[in-house]
Unconditional design. Structure first.
Length: 102
C-alpha cells in the first residue's frame, strides 16, 4: 500500500482528535448517575469571514463528545462562550466549552 500526503494528513488529524479526548479523559468522573461537567478551553485564529465554520474547534469538540459517548457517558448539554482578543497584529477567538454529562 502506498502512503501519500493525504493518508499522512488523515492520520495526523485522527491522532490529534484522539489526543484531545485523552487530555480531558483523566478529568472525567466515574459514571454514577449524577450530572458532572468538564470545561474545555480552546484558541482559534480570528477570521474576517461573515459566515464560517470554526472547523478546528468544531472537529475537536465533536471528537471529544463522540469519544465520551463511546465510553458510555450520556451528554446532557454542551455550552460555549467566545472571547475575542487582539494582541498586536494577531487576533484570536478563545472558546470556553462546558460539557454536562452523566
Amino acid at each position: 500500500m502506498v502512503k501519500d500526503s493525504v493518508d499522512e494528513w488523515v492520520q495526523f488529524i485522527n491522532e490529534r482528535m484522539a489526543n484531545s479526548y485523552y487530555k480531558i479523559k483523566k478529568f472525567l468522573k466515574e459514571k454514577d448517575g449524577k450530572v458532572h461537567i468538564v470545561m474545555i478551553n480552546n484558541k482559534n485564529q480570528f477570521s474576517n469571514e461573515e459566515l464560517e465554520c470554526a472547523n478546528k474547534y468544531t472537529n475537536e469538540i465533536d471528537s471529544i463528545v463522540s469519544s465520551m459517548q463511546d465510553d458510555g457517558y450520556e451528554i446532557i448539554d454542551v455550552k460555549y462562550q467566545v472571547i475575542k482578543d487582539s494582541y498586536g497584529l494577531s487576533e484570536n477567538d478563545y472558546y470556553r466549552t462546558l460539557i454536562m454529562y452523566k
